[in-house]
Design a protein around this ligand. Structure first.
Ligand code: FUB
Ligand code: ZN
Length: 642
């Protein structure tokens, strides 16, 4: 039984690859199926219909732009390559677990075009090759060249890992070698970096896939160089290539290049850029054991989670910079909360959990995943949200495709690789971060260990894990006790574990020789909770949000007799109802409420008497499932005082 007094949480763990985790039933099995059968194929269709793929025909004269150049001299079309990259990545993750010749041939078709488009020196960016060859590498501040290459690179690594085919990987290695020949501190090179982070984390993936240190060196250079120069690199660049109006809102914060990364302590600027940067910093901290980077990440993490995060795990309230504003500025109806931002919080949190087994990381990973990220795609899998507001009057509708369609493929690649977020391990430890009906196949110090999770999570906190092992596997199994759970019990083969004594930084550790037939039962109490916001979040004063387990709820007009803005919660407890027929099968909450009446107001806008109220019930659904029916009001932060 556990040697709980001497156990310490491990530092660095390797994620179990997504190919070793199978969602065999329930919530994530269904979301994965929809992603595979609907989302990924229809996204390719959209790329074709919307004129994206045509941009790769670099030998043909350019066609009229499908995304015109804006006042900043930027066209969204400049980074269409990133959409191919993310789609290939999503499709590759899916291929790795569910071979599909039709999808594979679509990837090969794109790879053929990308290979053909690549210049002899390795440069690969369809926009500049076809439209503006002289301008390449002249505006890293605005034009996303390395951002696009980074996404292609992530796609190439994923495709190589899924199929063993090297062609795309070799194309992208040539491209990376080209980048390395142009950027760096050596004489004759540009001491620059891209304003939209992405290449950094892609380079770490390439390093991990190939073992070639030069790719990690280049990632390290880009991370270390950021924000170090005075005069600032983007200003020097603009002086060398005058023309474009800055698309950075006059701030270096927009691109997190206002200070060297190790000196940063507040999340600022464009939210997705920030999340990609912090993800890359976490990767580098893992590779280099860099304590200063980890310390900076801890400060940034604290600032995000205590000042800047929506209750849904979304972030970045402002449309203007697609990102952060002042602390506690979390408006609901106008929340930008881009899907990509919540998706990339999942990326960052996952990397933090790999360097520091502390449940606050996986807690936020779970939060963003089940709420602010998943809300970005319809239940049917073919319509999307770019913005994820926490209040609506029915004006927010899901769209088939977007003017800037960065979010759909981002979500698709996350869902297709979600198995890789479930667990991690080293030779003595196995940590489970996400609960879902699944089997996890591990190799622990050369011994095979299979963990089979049976659970209806996220609807129910009862998780049964059975062990299969041909020979006993000595290891500490770390079970995450979610931060939202106040009462957890664990048994191993029927014997109770002292959860409090065995828990380190939110993970309950059980050390034993795990043997065939061992059974673990984890019961997480999952009551409905009313959450209050910090008093500085003015817009949520006197309101509560409903949470049950990892799921944040909202009230949608479709389930209620009035818009949620007319309702006030009463203090009575909620009734939890299994609704297998609703929204693909969810758990709803019904709570006594009062409902403001409007009939007697007619044309009156203001009057001394408050609205009459009648008693009623408010029905809440999971936030991720909203906007899948007729338009109507929606509210996360509910009025109280009924
Ligand atoms: O700029 C490229 C992508 O488009 C960003 O990551 C998104 O926020 C959107 O601006
Ligand atoms: Zn996006």
């Amino acid at each position: 039984m556990p040697d709980s007094l001497t156990m310490t949480a491990p530092r660095r763990l390797r994620p179990v690859p997504h190919t070793r985790v199978t969602f065999h039933a329930g919530f994530w099995a269904e979301r994965s199926r929809v992603n595979r059968e609907v989302t990924i194929p229809t996204q390719f269709q959209r790329l074709e219909e919307e004129g994206f793929i045509e941009v790769l025909d670099v030998d043909l004269p350019p066609k009229p732009l499908v995304r015109p150049i804006n006042e900043y001299g930027l066209s969204m079309q400049m980074f269409f390559d990133s959409d191919f990259g993310k789609w290939i990545e999503a499709a590759s993750y899916s291929l790795a677990t569910h071979p599909d010749p039709a999808i594979e041939s679509k990837i090969d078709f794109l790879v053929e075009k990308l290979d053909h488009a690549q210049l002899a020196d390795g440069y690969l960016n369809s926009w500049f090759i076809r439209r503006d060859p002289k301008k390449r590498w002249t505006n890293l501040r605005d034009w996303h060249e390395m951002y696009s290459m980074g996404h292609l690179l992530e796609g190439a690594v994923a495709y190589f890992q899924a199929t063993g085919k090297r062609r795309f990987l070799d194309v992208m290695i040539r491209c990376v070698d080209h980048i390395a020949s142009r950027f760096g501190r050596e004489p004759g090179k540009l001491r620059g970096y891209d304003a939209h982070e992405e290449i950094e984390l892609a380079l770490v993936k390439l390093y991990r896939a190939t073992g070639e240190p030069r790719f990690l060196d280049l990632a390290r250079y880009f991370i270390d160089e950021r924000g170090t120069q005075d005069p600032h690199f983007f200003d020097e660049e603009a002086r060398a290539h005058p023309g474009g109006k800055p698309f950075n809102f006059g701030t270096y914060e927009y691109s997190q290049s206002h200070r060297p990364v190790r000196e940063q302590d507040e999340v600022v600027g464009h939210a997705v850029r920030a999340m990609y940067l912090y993800s890359a910093m976490a990767d580098l901290a893992a590779e280099d054991g860099d304590a200063a980077l980890k310390a900076a990440l801890d400060r940034l993490w604290k600032h995000l989670t205590s000042r800047q995060l929506y209750v849904t795990g979304g972030m970045g309230p402002a449309v203007e910079n697609e990102g952060f504003t002042r602390s506690f500025d979390l408006p609901n109806e106008t929340a930008y909360a881009e899907t990509c931002a919540a998706v990339s919080l999942v990326f960052w949190a996952h990397r933090m959990a790999a360097i520091d087994l502390d449940a606050r990381y996986a807690d936020h990973m779970e939060l963003a995943l089940h709420n602010g990220a998943l809300s970005g795609v319809s239940l049917a899998g073919d319509r999307y949200f770019y913005e994820n507001p926490l209040e609506s009057h029915g004006q927010h509708r899901r769209w088939l495709w977007h003017y800037c369609p960065c979010c759909p493929t981002n979500l698709a690649r996350l869902v297709a690789s979600l198995g890789g977020y479930v667990a991690s391990h080293d030779d003595q430890n196995v940590a489970i971060h996400l609960y879902a009906a699944s089997t996890i196949d591990l190799d622990v110090a050369g011994k095979a260990l299979r963990l089979n999770q049976q659970t209806a999570y996220p609807w129910d906190g009862d998780i049964r894990i059975s062990v299969s092992a041909a020979e006993p596997v000595p290891a500490t199994l770390w079970l995450r006790i979610p931060g939202w759970c106040r009462e957890a019990t664990v048994t191993v083969n029927g014997e109770a574990i002292d959860v409090v004594a065995a828990t380190r930084k939110g993970y309950c550790g059980i050390t034993r020789r795990w043997s065939e037939g061992d059974k673990i039962r984890l019961a997480l109490d999952m009551p409905v909770e009313r959450l209050h916001a910090h008093p500085d979040v003015g817009m949520d004063a006197d309101r509560v949000a409903l949470r049950r387990g990892p799921v944040i709820y909202c009230v949608e007009e479709a389930d209620n007799v009035a818009p949620p803005q007319h309702m006030r919660l009463l203090p009575e407890p909620a009734t939890v109802r299994d609704a297998p027929e609703l929204l693909g099968g969810v758990v709803t909450l019904a709570i006594p409420a009062t409902i403001d009446q409007t009939a007697d107001w007619q044309d009156t806008l203001y009057r001394p008497e408050p609205a009459c109220r009648i008693a009623g019930t408010m029905t809440a659904i999971p936030y991720f499932a909203w906007a899948n029916r007729q338009p109507g009001g929606m509210l996360v932060w509910l009025r109280t005082g009924g």
